[in-house]
Design a protein around this ligand. Sequence first.
Ligand SMILES: Cc1cc2nc3c(=O)[nH]c(=O)nc-3n(C[C@H](O)[C@H](O)[C@H](O)COP(=O)(O)OP(=O)(O)OC[C@H]3O[C@@H](n4cnc5c(N)ncnc54)[C@H](O)[C@@H]3O)c2cc1C
Length: 414
Amino acid sequence: MRVGIIGAGIVGVATAHALLDEGHEVDLIDREGIAAGTSAGNAGWIAHLDILPLASPKVWRNLPRWAFDPLGPLAIRPAYLPALLPWLARFVAASQPSRIEASIRAIATLNGRALAAWETRLASLGLGNHLRDRGLLSVWADERAFRAAGELIERQRALGIPVETLDARSLRALEPALGPRAVAGALYPSGRHVSDPLQFTRALGEAALQRGAHLRKFEIIGVSGRGGEIAIRTSFDTLALYDRVVIATGAWSKPLAAALGDAIPLDTERGYNVTLPSGRLGLTRPVMFEGEGFVTTPLDSGDRVGGSVEFAGLEAAPNFKRVDAILGRLRRFLPEADLTGGDRWMGFRPSIPDSLPVIGTASGDPRVVYAFGHAHHGLTQAAATAELVAALIADRRPPIDLAPYSPQRFGKKH
Ligand SMILES: Cc1cc2nc3c(=O)[nH]c(=O)nc-3n(C[C@H](O)[C@H](O)[C@H](O)COP(=O)(O)OP(=O)(O)OC[C@H]3O[C@@H](n4cnc5c(N)ncnc54)[C@H](O)[C@@H]3O)c2cc1C
């Protein structure tokens, strides 16, 4: 079949490979090219061990502290609040214990397939060198918060995720650059990170082109059924026809899905980072600073420091004071590090209130498959998502129940 994939971020390029495996003719269609969106600048974590939705007790516990700090880990720009209200209402609903539990189960199901899907894909392409295996480390500045994480750690272990808890001494033996503020840690040896998100996505995209996919640079403004085919309309008003279409346009997917009859409550959690020259932090593995809303990653392109969640939509200019705020908080953990300079970036996480992606067929035409909304987990879940999309395109029963990720789970209103 001829399949057009709209969006050449990590989800689109991973999907291209899964479809090429099955003998489809694949066009990767992007207004800017490969890795032009959020996939270019993320933290690079394959965080299959991260199973909590944003609407989790962890976030609600910290919310009173964060809400009054405009540069804190989670903030809403006041001017954007009215537009965000419907999303927030769903977020509050998704915070009921039973809904949190359902999200955890569905995230864990997808994440449980994530690492193996990447390992298989990268091995088949000879790109395994992009995956780094020094584990992922969480650190706490607060013994009480560390103890509160005990329940989550037990849950992770029950899912087969190895976790080594660390006291201050063993933490510092592992990462000597950490100052006395870090009092406890948890090492996830099975956590992985990639060489660099931009290089990684580009390498996968180029490998797809070498396998026969074609890159088409067009902005797509409409997708609709047209007799036996699916027509996609570009901003130049030209049409291309496909047997199947995949919408993998990340944070920009809402209007395309709306035109196909699906009112998806998609918004964006904007995230920020700065990439300092390699070695500046003195940390040898990725670190999550718990309760602080940021992580660090030793990438090939430099030491990346970033995170935070800002609700301000797709249009507002970045507020890079958020990066200064992150660095201020990092300074307390790494008293010796030189945190000056570096390249700053802001990206758009495509976020659904229940923290689950949208993977399924369009209401308006089942030949269109959605694969977007991966929020904090897009890099982690892309290869696993691609396998599910390939099953849907082939009208094959997917390996897992897709009901939790259904585009129709939101009902009529949003
Ligand atoms: C600060 C930060 C840190 C993160 N860290 C991690 C991490 O460590 N691990 C992890 O798993 N995830 C992480 N994420 C999340 C991850 O980056 C995203 O979930 C992921 O990149 C989304 O990929 P995507 O392919 O869906 O979208 P994108 O990468 O945004 O790609 C969408 C593409 O669609 C194209 N496009 C959009 N609209 C159109 C149109 N109408 N026509 C044509 N093309 C169009 C865009 O040009 C873009 O190339 C992080 C995100 C942020 C912001």
